[in-house]
Design a protein around this ligand. Structure first.
Ligand SMILES: [Zn+2]
Length: 217
């Protein structure tokens, strides 16, 4: 089979892809192995990567639900990066798109959803993306074979060393605790700003998301 070496790093946007790419890059250097990472969207848009078929490959599986979605098979390895809290997940993705469209200056900026226009714009984003989120969580979290590793973002960042060790082990890499500490010190895994249950609008948005999700079969 042509693509049985793809190392799939499937993530919902802003759930650990970037930190993993950086951490693996440093670790490979420490163990003196060649490292290939395919950005997919800005690289070849092709599975496996056209430049290096055995590369670690980023993907968000945005085409989920269409014939172009990723078909999970047991000859490839997959890590699925996600956040347990769907409101925090979608809100972080939303802030990223605002940065990309130059509406806000940086991705960690707190948005005040007490502003009616701002909350309504975010609700529109939720409606546009809720089907993707529902499908991708179900697809990857319900797949429990040992060629799939689930990495939850908050837990990943809080327990970086043990989580990263799991990732290394999953890809059959040698485990070196001192190297892992070096990686941790260099990437300084940090929690991105997240909307909080203390925020006055948290409940309204959380209920809205779950209502929208329940509308989808
Ligand atoms: Zn590529």
């Amino acid at each position: 089979m042509q693509n049985n070496n793809i190392k799939n790093l499937i993530s919902v946007p802003r759930s650990g892809q970037h930190v993993t790419e950086q951490a693996l890059r440093i670790y490979y250097k420490l163990i003196a192995k060649e490292y290939y990472y395919c950005e997919y969207y800005s690289c070849c848009n092709c599975r496996p990567c056209k430049k290096c078929p055995s590369a670690y490959q980023k993907n968000h599986d945005f085409q989920i639900g269409t014939k172009n979605e990723i078909k999970i098979n047991d000859t490839e390895k997959y890590i699925f990066f996600f956040r347990d809290n769907i409101l925090q997940q979608i809100e972080s993705h939303y802030r990223l798109t605002l940065v990309e469209s130059k509406k806000i200056p940086h991705t960690n900026l707190k948005i005040d959803y007490n502003n009616l226009i701002k909350i309504n714009n975010f609700k529109k984003f939720i409606i546009q993306h809720i089907e993707y989120y529902k499908k991708i969580y179900v697809k990857y979290l319900n797949y429990k074979n040992n060629n799939m590793l689930h990495i939850e973002y908050d837990n990943y960042i809080k327990n970086f060393s043990s989580s990263f060790e799991k990732i290394l082990d999953f890809f059959d890499l040698p485990i070196d605790k001192i190297h892992i500490q070096y990686v941790k010190a260099h990437i300084q895994p940090e929690l991105l700003y997240k909307i909080s249950s203390e925020d006055s609008y948290y409940n309204e948005l959380n209920i809205f998301i779950h209502e929208e999700m329940n509308k989808i079969d």
